[in-house]
Design a protein around this ligand. Structure first.
Ligand code: CUA
Length: 329
């Protein structure tokens, strides 16, 4: 009976433990140069700390349970000085030097791409910059980068302290009011990596996520050309009705859709919102259903965020607005 229970429990515990793992957002699943160094440092600390803990426990057990001879040995002044003072000083100094050498954030200017990210009230404003620092185009909550290229991230905040963190690609760096912080890193493998605000910044801090999409240079350039251009118009009647409703309801006062009269800068740029993976800063997958739900009840889904709920729209109107937003690829 005991055997059966154990046989069932082990896989159950393992699956629970693994369910907590999200390999698109893990320091222990590095996919870039900076993250590699952090993962190695983490393993050195886990294993080294584990060994020291075991040695300490073994010494304590000897002191308590072993004979008089052991107790005398452990009680010698030279042993106490060596293991209680010299050993920690040597280990901690070595760790400090190792940490400083491997973890020094590499500040720009990187030769390649430059992306400015601004922490907003629970979303991320993303500006792609040219070498002179001029904004080429704006997007939100999703950053695309070419695989293998060093990318410089210029970090700012519009309000309080946020922290920019993509665990699988690099360490975190704070976004501090009145300051511009910058560092650079690269993604070594194509993939979608989840990032998360790592500094408590208010009620919806936990729902302030984003995605970094690393793709081959050819795909990235294709994306960049499309992203820099205006919204592509569609002739679909429902989409056109959605666009009219979008403009008539004043959405353009906060949001920009390049190529239309909507040119607000308060909220996320929606020019190509339909092509993004997620909605509301990594809160929902992006599709017609979640778009309609978000427009109707943004305050219910993510209270206190800057977007009002447009609860007065009818189901048909919501579907049209969502179809319009979804068409903005
Ligand atoms: Cu932004 Cu926490």
């Amino acid at each position: 009976m005991l055997r059966i229970t154990r046989g069932l429990l082990a896989p159950a515990f393992l699956s629970i433990a693994l369910a907590g793992c999200n390999w698109s957002q893990s320091t222990l699943a590095p996919n870039g140069s900076e993250a590699d160094a952090i993962a190695t440092l983490s393993w050195v600390m886990f294993i080294g700390g584990g060994l020291i803990f075991l040695a300490t426990m073994a010494t304590a057990a000897l002191a308590i349970f072993a004979g008089e001879r052991w107790r005398k040995l452990l009680g010698r002044r030279s042993f106490i000085v060596a293991s209680g003072i010299a050993f920690p000083i040597v280990v901690l100094t070595a760790l400090l030097i190792y940490g400083l050498l491997t973890q020094g954030l590499r500040a720009g200017p990187a030769a390649g791409l430059r992306v400015e990210v601004t922490g907003e009230r629970w979303w991320w404003r993303v500006n792609y910059l040219d070498r002179a620092g001029k904004v080429q185009f704006t997007t939100a909550n999703e950053i695309r980068v070419p695989v293998g290229a060093e990318v410089e991230f210029v970090l700012k905040t519009a309000d309080v302290i946020h922290s920019f963190w993509v665990p699988s690609l690099a360490g975190k760096l704070d976004m501090i009011p009145g300051r511009v912080n910058a560092y650079s890193f690269r993604a070594d493998r194509a993939g979608v990596y989840r990032g998360q605000c790592a500094e408590y910044c208010g009620e919806q801090h936990a729902l302030m996520a984003f995605y970094v999409v690393a793709e081959p240079t050819v795909d990235f350039e294709r994306w960049r050309n499309r992203e820099a251009g205006p919204a592509v118009a569609s002739a679909d009647p429902q989409v056109l009705r959605g666009r009219d409703l979008f403009l008539a309801n004043g959405c353009g006062a906060c949001h920009a859709v390049r190529g239309t009269e909507a040119n607000g800068v308060v909220g996320p740029d929606l020019t190509h919102v339909g092509s993004r993976l997620s909605l509301a800063a990594g809160t929902f997958p992006n599709n017609v259903g979640t778009l309609a739900g978000w427009v109707a009840s943004a305050q219910h889904l993510k209270p206190e965020n800057g977007m009002p709920s447009f609860a007065h729209l009818s189901g048909e109107e919501l579907r049209a607005v969502a179809a319009y937003l979804e068409s903005l690829k």
